[in-house]
Ligand binder design. Structure first.
Ligand code: SAM
Length: 233
């Protein structure tokens, strides 16, 4: 379970809300049971249940199990898409190990808002499920122009373009495991002006994910899976 404050040995932690429900009703923990905690700062900790109630569970930390992992320098910039499909992107991108998810609003986006609490809950649950000790950073949605204007000079921007680009795997292999991000369009794709603006960015590398037009969420996850296979992170 991820907790908000940094942990130390022998501290008491009060778990409430859905996490308490999960511990007491789903896992049915009782005093003395072991629980693993994570704080997204120091790492993963062994803890034990001191008292389990229906609404809150008191825990005490024992010792650190693993230091917080070093997350590979990979960002995902997915255009906002329909809620259930974007939820899938949040969950799977977390599992695939991204450091940062930076949603983008483009001209053809049907959605332009993201509920930050809900998004945070999805990535936290995904991180717990796959035993990540670091949460991906979740940025507020920005317009495409702003994303391009602020794109770091020393970070590649792999632009997933269904109209053609370099095959992704060899492009990653040639670049080595540099700092990078993936930009993926919405259901209706990028329009011509957007495509030209992205391609004009010196850090942009147009890439292809094969001959088929993938759904936006498939494209985002395929790109990350290829990154993982090539960079090994
Ligand atoms: N209409 C479908 C949907 O509802 O999801 C397909 C959308 S596709 C145009 C969305 C985005 O996925 C594109 O803007 C592009 O970034 C990426 N994409 C899809 N297929 C791709 C491919 N073969 N190569 C590179 N990027 C691709």
């Amino acid at each position: 379970l991820f907790v908000a404050d940094p942990l130390r040995p022998g501290v008491h932690v009060m778990i409430e809300g859905p996490q308490a429900h999960y511990l007491s009703r789903v896992m049915r923990v009782v005093a003395g049971d072991p629980v693993v905690l994570c704080d997204d700062v120091t790492g993963e900790w062994a803890a034990r249940v001191v008292e389990a109630g229906k609404r809150s569970v008191a825990l005490e930390t024992i010792e650190m199990l693993r230091e917080r992992e070093t997350v590979p320098e990979i960002w995902l910039c997915p255009a906002l898409i329909k809620k259930d499909r974007f939820d899938l992107v949040l969950e799977k991108a977390t599992e695939l190990g991204v450091a940062r998810i930076a949603p983008v609003v483009t001209r053809r986006c049907v959605a332009d808002k993201l509920n930050p609490e809900r998004a945070r809950a999805i990535v936290t649950e995904a991180a717990e499920q796959c035993a990540r000790t670091a949460l991906p950073e979740l940025a507020a949605p920005v317009k495409l122009d702003a994303l391009l204007a602020d794109w770091p000079i020393d970070r590649r921007l792999y632009f997933a373009d269904e109209n053609g680009g370099a095959p992704l795997a060899p492009a990653i292999a040639a670049a080595g495991s540099q700092r990078a991000g993936f930009l993926v369009g919405p259901e209706g794709g990028f329009d011509d002006q957007e495509r030209a603006a992205i391609r004009a960015l010196p850090q942009a590398v147009p890439i292809s994910l094969g001959p088929r037009i993938l759904r936006a969420e498939t494209a985002a996850l395929a790109a990350l899976a290829i990154w993982m296979a090539e960079a090994g992170d």
